[in-house]
Design a protein around this ligand. Sequence first.
Ligand SMILES: [Ca+2]
Length: 258
Amino acid sequence: MTSGFKKKSLKWSMSLLIAFLLCFAAGLSAMAASDDLVFDNYDRSALADFASSNAGAQWTGGDAGKSATLDDNALKLEYGSKGWFGTGGGIDASSYKYLKITIKGAAGGEGADFDLNYAVGETVKTIGKNFADLSGAAITKDFQDIYIDLAANEIDKGIQALHFNFLDGKSGTIWIDDITFTNSNGAAEEEPAKESAGADDSGETDATTDDTSSDNAGAEANPKTGDSMNLTLYVTMAMISGLAALAMVYKVRKANRD
Ligand SMILES: [Ca+2]
């Protein structure tokens, strides 16, 4: 029967379309996931075991003044006086705008205790600013993503290594959960969420301007995710609904056949 055939081919077209959309969504998701360049995430049990963590870094060095260890998938740097910690690898960061460092400190404010220098090949370059002045954001006792604008700080695009140089007479402890090169500074997406989450009924217009803004600009919530995470969420939702649609089509076809 022709009408039956038409129905059948329509269902087949729908299935094909949905399958195509699923493939597209999966591809998009993979692209979003690989967009950033992970320099090091310290997701391993031995500092020098780079192969297990998918990191761009391939060596570490220095004494950090006291010690450099791994602590719960983060790099823990204890510094007691002068000291340094360096890490590098054969990376190409030339297409990225920001260096994102997910960092916290034992006391907060550790960004004034060290400089962040870098190397292009074997040549170490001095930026001449302490860590806090590279971004304007202060290290706090909670992990936060701190974004360093590479161009604004005149950091060479050929950057292949980072050096944390601890200043004479300073002591403290910092943890670095992740170092990534990225093109998104995570700012645009977070603002609305922060406003609505922090707003309450009493005087929401004036009360929020003063107390937390300067130090904690990026400290609230956990801005680890950024837009690629949102994209992944949407894609996952699309894939789930696509699968549900496929299951429905299959059911209908089966019911028609029986
Ligand atoms: Ca980590």
